[in-house]
Design a protein around this ligand. Structure first.
Ligand code: B1M
Length: 222
């Protein structure tokens, strides 16, 4: 793997945001995810590789360490900041040149859940694939989804959840959307979600990754 991409993964893993950041102390003064991502792009590194082999790989290690109690919530938060700083630089590369959008999708992280990194990546893929994304942010409940559908008249809604305790909130939102707007497709995803769960709650599709989610929109709605 490219050395800069490996360094970016380490910055996400260690929560090193940028050169100014004093955290972690042993990397003080060194470039962080912010500067290294700019550098990698400058040297022609593919944004896709930076995303998957740098950012997502680094965050995978964070998740493992957090699960084993080797790091704590403030460390995870710093890693999320480092990842967000880097994503701000690669996002423009995922944007579609299409002026004419294929359609609209309302996207959010469900009620009670504050994890938004994966949802933002999925949104980036949708935008890159020519879809107009209405992002409801995090902690979005049924009323927020229904109001957004009413206002924007989208072809689909996307629900993301990262916690086993919040994925249950997808059911209420899905059933309300399908009842009031039967033609609007409901697509769900996030680490704890499965195909069985999708069937149980009556959603139209589940994808474990952004590529599959985009494929669903393109194959079903275009
Ligand atoms: Co939290 N957290 N967290 N966390 N966190 C997890 C999810 C956890 C697995 C960590 C662990 O124990 N190993 C665990 C959940 C356990 C469970 O329920 N099964 C956990 C926990 C317990 C918690 C708290 C409860 C901790 C606490 O307070 N004691 C708390 C809950 C807060 C809340 O939401 N109410 C909490 C808080 C946080 C932070 C705020 C510190 C931070 C989030 C910051 C942010 O998002 N802005 C955070 C983080 C960063 C993580 C981990 C480490 C990384 C998540 C992430 O960004 N992954 C995570 C462990 C892990 O996942 N390895 C963990 C990278 C991202 C690219 O992947 O989000 O899976 P992901 O998205 C993927 C796919 O899932 C898919 O595509 C994305 C791109 O590849 N996808 C979709 C996602 N949404 C989709 C939608 C689709 C289709 C595909 O269609 C619509």
């Amino acid at each position: 793997m490219n050395a800069i991409v490996r360094e970016i993964a380490v910055c996400v893993e260690r929560g090193k945001v940028d050169a100014k950041s004093p955290h972690p102390p042993d990397l003080k003064g060194r470039e962080g995810a912010d500067e290294l991502t700019v550098k990698a792009l400058h040297f022609g590194q593919s944004p896709q590789i930076i995303l998957t082999e740098g950012l997502i790989a680094g965050m995978g290690v964070v998740g493992e360490k957090f699960r084993r109690n080797e790091i704590y919530l403030p460390d995870v938060l710093m890693s999320a900041r480092a990842m967000t700083a880097a994503m701000n630089h690669i996002r423009p590369y995922f944007l579609s040149g299409d002026v004419q959008h294929k359609g609209k999708i309302v996207l959010g992280t469900v009620q009670g859940d504050l994890h938004d990194i994966g949802k933002k990546i999925v949104g980036m893929f949708f935008e890159g694939g020519g879809w107009n994304v209405i992002d409801l942010g995090v902690d979005a409940g049924m009323e927020k989804y229904l109001a957004a559908i009413d206002e924007h008249n989208p072809e689909a809604v996307g629900l993301s959840a990262l916690l086993t305790t919040t994925m249950v909130n997808m059911e209420k939102i899905t059933r309300a959307v399908k009842k009031k707007y039967p033609n609007v497709k409901v697509l769900i995803g996030g680490a704890p979600i499965t195909e069985e769960y999708k069937n149980k709650i009556g959603a139209d599709a589940y994808s474990p990754d952004p590529q599959g989610a985009l494929e669903f929109l393109n194959s079903t709605l275009v």
